[in-house]
Design a protein around this ligand. Structure first.
Ligand SMILES: C[S@@+](CC[C@H](N)C(=O)[O-])C[C@H]1O[C@@H](n2cnc3c(N)ncnc32)[C@H](O)[C@@H]1O
Ligand code: SF4
Length: 466
């Protein structure tokens, strides 16, 4: 722990140096490569094939796009709640989509190991709407006894009865969007604070035996300073959550025009933003949290910290996970992205188009991507770098019946492209593998870019690293 803090010297310069535009690599190829030549018939074929190829485990993602109030910073696929009729039509379409896909899956031989509700604000739903969907899964799937059942919640709409309902319905993980504890920051972002005092909410969640509580924060918002963000994170540490995420605020007003509203309050400049990030980073590391990549932190005995130690960490669009529990991801709802063995399929984003498409054709595929065998190799390499800071060319080669030099050739890796990282003391290169150290993991995204043969940086296509 002390070692990391001592090593913080020079880190700001390093992060500024590598603060370049690039993909986040939540998937490979990144979602920006998905195209609309990918059709519902392709998705259907990949759904059927997923029963015999790839992970046996089934993970499901349910997207609820609605929010009662829009936060100015929001970069998520969400929209303002309009009325109950639209919500009812959306939920009917969602259930229809779930039924259609379920009809193509071998649910009797494949366990359901993860159910994740995200948004938007899933906890804006009435308990009966959530129950309707959960009952369907309970009846039609083989839910594993150790399944991770999680929900993203905005604490502005959480009370005792709702938490009790979630626990009773089988939810055992929760992610709370705190963003910042400072009311001034929240007000500038048009966001309400937690309905219950946060300590009380934690007490209720622990009483109801939630196994894992995650807190989300964002840095780079108006009125945030290093000191204020440090205080916010130390307040979080006092609550002892299992995981904490500090997202870098992605300011992309050309895509999200509402973000422009915050420019009026003044956004921290890149140096200030970096200082805010580092203050938060130090607060969490010195409080005993293990860093996972650049912006995730977990208690040292958390499953994902242990998976990182054993180089077994995995990641999907829902966040970090372990290879044991995650499976192929079947995603439902507007904008939701399914991640199958060799394909991604993303649904239509506008809520009304999504409903119309499901009602008329049963599917709502907007775009997607079928990976070639070479792209699956690159995906494995990049995932290994982003999650575990490690890549063993021979191991990857064995997975695909190739040689280590085939893997090197496919990724387009050239030793001169990593020289900069070696000179900066961020990575070590061995005969058949590469290892990134803890400081290097802060710029894992830049290192992963070296193994991406498709990369061409276009102005304003991607946000910056920090
Ligand atoms: C899908 S959102 C849903 C969370 C929930 N609706 C809430 O706000 O509490 C998940 C997280 O994404 C993060 N986020 C949203 N917009 C962002 C942006 N523009 N840049 C970085 N992170 C963002 C927030 O921290 C948020 O908690
Ligand atoms: S941050 Fe969460 S609550 Fe705010 S608009 Fe986005 S999805 Fe909705």
């Amino acid at each position: 722990m002390e070692q990391i803090i001592a090593n913080m010297q020079g880190v700001p310069d390093l992060l500024l140096k590598y603060n370049r535009q690039g993909p986040r690599y939540t998937s490979y190829p990144p979602a920006t490569s998905f195209h609309n030549r990918y059709k519902p018939k392709d998705y259907k074929e990949h759904l059927i094939a997923s029963n015999i190829r790839g992970d046996k485990n089934i993970s499901v993602y349910i997207h609820i796009p609605f929010c009662f109030q829009r936060c100015c910073f929001c970069g998520c696929n969400s929209s303002l709640f309009e009325n109950n009729d639209l919500l009812e039509s959306y939920m009917a379409a969602l259930l229809k989509e779930i039924e259609t896909v379920t009809g193509l899956l071998d649910t009797s031989h494949r366990p359901l190991t993860q159910i994740h509700w995200g948004g938007g604000t899933p906890n804006m739903l009435s308990t009966s709407l959530i129950e309707r969907v959960m009952d369907f899964f309970a009846t039609n799937y083989n839910i594993s006894t150790t399944a991770e059942i999680s929900i993203e919640c905005n604490p502005a709409y959480l009370d005792y009865d709702y938490v009790r309902f979630l626990a009773k319905t089988g939810f055992n993980r929760i992610s709370l969007g705190i963003q910042d504890f400072d009311p001034k920051v929240l007000k500038a972002a048009n966001r309400l604070p937690s309905k219950l005092p946060i300590g009380e909410l934690f007490g209720i969640l622990r009483n109801e035996n939630f196994e894992e509580i995650n807190l989300d924060f964002i840095y780079g918002l108006p009125y945030q300073t290093s000191e204020s963000f440090r205080e916010t994170l130390l307040k979080a540490v006092d609550l002892s959550p299992d995981r904490i995420v500090t997202f870098s605020y992605a300011h992309v007003p050309w895509l999200m025009p509402e973000q422009k509203k915050m420019e009026h309050f003044g956004l921290p400049d890149p140096n200030e933003k970096l200082a805010i990030f580092l203050a938060g980073f130090q607060a969490l590391v010195s409080s005993g949290y293990q860093t996972i990549g650049l912006d995730h932190f977990a208690k040292p005995d958390d499953k994902i910290s242990l998976a990182l130690k054993n180089k077994k960490l995995h990641r999907n669009f829902q966040g970090y996970c372990t290879k044991e529990t995650t499976g192929q991801v079947y995603a439902f709802g507007s904008s939701a992205i399914s991640q199958l063995w060799n394909a991604y399929s993303q649904n239509i984003k506008p809520v009304k188009h999504y409903i119309d498409s499901i009602e008329s054709t049963q599917f709502a595929v907007d775009r997607g991507y079928e990976l070639s065998s070479d792209e699956m190799v690159c995906s494995t390499v990049i995932n290994s770098i982003m999650c575990n800071g490690f890549v063993n060319f021979r191991q990857v080669a064995d997975m695909f019946g190739l040689t280590a030099s085939d893997v090197v050739g496919i990724t387009g890796y050239k030793p001169e492209r990593i020289q900069e990282f070696i000179d900066d003391g961020l990575i070590s290169v061995f005969d058949d593998h590469i290892e990134i150290n803890q400081t290097g993991m802060m710029i894992a995204r830049n290192i992963a870019m070296v193994f991406d043969p498709q990369l061409s940086i276009q102005e304003n296509k991607y946000s910056k690293t920090i």
